[in-house]
Design a binder for this molecule. Structure first.
Ligand code: IPM
Ligand code: MG
Length: 385
């Protein structure tokens, strides 16, 4: 990654915004205030377009995402996604549910590398269910394959067998190209971080696991500077709880990545603070098509109150600054501002502990913008084109 810096000033950047359902629209609205701030700071002209996805799209357009929106997504420089789903649509058959919106975006845009950081924010270490000394400085990046595997494999379906019993089938399938490209993405990331990559599979019982391990090892030969290890997925689930600090980058398939990334997020204690990026990372120097979304879901129970934690969505835009805009210093500025605001004691309800007064989504964002203004003085890069 890197090397995207086009013209140094007057840059345009097309951002497709898909707020989705539940708290999605609320947190995305706050994030767009941060986008505006960085537009001024960096001299980038964000061309923002809104569209529907998930349940909102089902209600208005009869499908969790339309071809027209997928077209826009293909043309955008990046997508800012909120969250989808809610009880209103739970009765729908699987293929028509809001979740299909995000699955189709990943598949149709070929966003195969899903980057899910699990970091602990020392300011809220008490929110973890593990002892502080186990999690106080974890910094794990899970790279989850996100366009193949058992969530997409054919054949699949529920039918009735000869004895009249219902029978369900899902297919876990990977070809070597799919494994190789996500492993390569993970090696590239590991190379820029702690230099250690743990590939996770079930090679002891699954054919896809055997191929996964073989291909990961082959790709490893191209990355002599990265230390590659292998771990079974069940052991990894246990090791994440036992000694999470042993991990730097983890690469794994779609199903294991879905599960392990939730586990890692929860142990960090900061589910409401964790962002993600899903990239078509075919060229190590360019992130390619990219979608940024918080790891948490649509939280319908707290939607509409203006109390949701906007930080995961804001930090997802931080990943966009880093990967799609190639502005790591700006991403770092945003991270530092958030830490300072947490350090001041500001808490939304999800991360508040007894005795804290919880602030609204908007108040949290106000505070970040104020701190951004303070700590960027002197380094203002506003370039009037
Ligand atoms: C995630 C979610 C999705 C997934 C759902 C909403 C389809 O759990 O992004 O981890 O399973 O990939
Ligand atoms: Mg999940």
């Amino acid at each position: 990654m890197g090397a995207v810096s086009e013209a140094e000033s007057g840059r345009e950047f097309g951002l497709l915004v898909l707020p989705g359902d539940g708290i999605g629209p609320e947190i995305v609205a706050q994030t767009l205030r941060i986008v505006t701030w960085f537009g001024n700071y960096l001299g980038v002209q964000f061309k923002i377009e809104h569209a529907l996805a998930g349940g909102a799209s089902i209600d208005e357009q009869g499908a969790p995402i339309t071809d027209a929106v997928l077209e826009k997504a293909l043309r955008a420089d990046a997508i800012l996604f909120g969250a989808v789903g809610g009880p209103k649509w739970d009765h729908l058959p699987r293929a028509d549910r809001p979740e299909m919106g995000i699955l189709r975006l990943r598949k149709d845009l070929d966003l195969f590398a899903n980057l899910r950081p699990a970091v602990n924010f020392p300011e809220i270490v008490a929110a973890s269910s593990l002892r502080p000394e186990l999690v106080d400085s974890i910094d794990i990046m899970i790279v989850r394959e996100s366009t193949s595997g058992v969530y997409f494999g054919e054949p699949r379906g529920i039918s009735t067998d000869e004895s009249g019993f219902r029978r369900a089938v899902d297919t876990q399938a990977y070809n070597e190209t799919e494994i190789a490209r996500v492993c390569r993405a993970a090696f590239e990331i590991a190379r820029r971080r702690g230099g250690r990559l743990c590939s996770v599979d079930k090679a002891n019982v699954m054919e896809t696991g055997v191929l996964w391990r073989t291909v990961a090892t082959e790709i490893g030969l191209e990355y002599a500077d990265v230390e590659l290890s292998h771990m079974y997925a069940d052991n990894c689930a246990m090791q994440l709880l036992r000694e999470p600090k042993q991990f730097d980058v983890i690469v794994t398939d779609n199903l294991f990545g879905d599960i392990l990334s939730d586990e890692a997020a929860a142990l960090s204690g900061s589910l409401g603070l964790l962002p993600s990026a899903t990239l078509n990372m075919t060229d190590s120097n360019r992130p390619g098509r990219a979608l940024y979304e918080p790891i948490h879901g649509s939280a319908p129970d707290i939607a509409g109150f203006g109390m949701a934690n906007p930080l995961a969505s804001i930090l997802s835009f931080g990943m966009c600054l880093n990967y799609s805009l190639n502005e790591p210093a700006a991403a770092d500025l945003l991270n530092r501002s958030i830490r300072l605001v947490l350090g001041q004691g500001l808490r939304t309800a999800d991360i508040a502990t007894a005795g804290d007064d919880a602030v609204s989504s908007a108040a949290m964002t106000d505070a970040i913008i104020a701190v951004l203004g303070e700590i960027s003085v002197g380094s203002q890069r506003m370039r009037q084109a």
